[in-house]
Design a protein. Structure first.
Length: 150
């Protein structure tokens, strides 16, 4: 009779371990799905900013003037804050974004490249909600500055 209760205890322990493993794997899979949808939404936000920059560049080259463009951005993606930064090097300019509050400490998770040679700089943090593009032309090179309206 004692071996029967020990068998039940071993069965209970085995089922508990299997339950823990199943719970952990399902939780991990759900987190992976959530993370991939957040990254997809961040890419959509970057594409939206890129379209605003393209529109600004079109107006700049046609009118040869300065332009300030303000537009609303989502305050969070999922339940996470995000940031967007426009940067350039000697050959190209791009928009990058990532999650968190401080964009200066890490590189972006997503990148979208701009089509022309421009001087671009600035950072937008999602907690400010309204983004602002200040655009001008200096020495024939478009200047794009991204910021937030506080």
């Amino acid at each position: 009779m004692p071996s029967n209760s020990i068998d039940h205890l071993h069965s209970l322990l085995a089922l508990s371990i299997v339950g823990i493993i199943l719970t952990a794997s399902i939780s991990s899979y759900c987190e992976l799905i959530k993370r991939s949808s957040e990254i997809r939404e961040l890419k959509n936000v970057l594409e939206r900013v890129k379209s605003k920059v393209d529109y600004s560049l079109l107006l700049l080259t046609e009118n040869n003037s300065t332009l300030t463009l303000k537009f609303q951005m989502p305050s969070k993606i999922g339940n996470r804050y995000y940031w967007i930064r426009i940067v350039n090097d000697s050959s190209s300019a791009w928009i990058e974004g990532g999650f968190g509050i401080n964009s200066r400490m890490k590189g972006g998770e997503c990148h979208v490249y701009l089509p022309r040679r421009t001087f671009a700089s600035g950072t937008f943090e999602s907690r400010y909600v309204i983004a602002q593009l200040n655009c001008s032309i200096k020495d024939g090179v478009p200047q794009i500055m991204l910021g937030e309206k506080k």
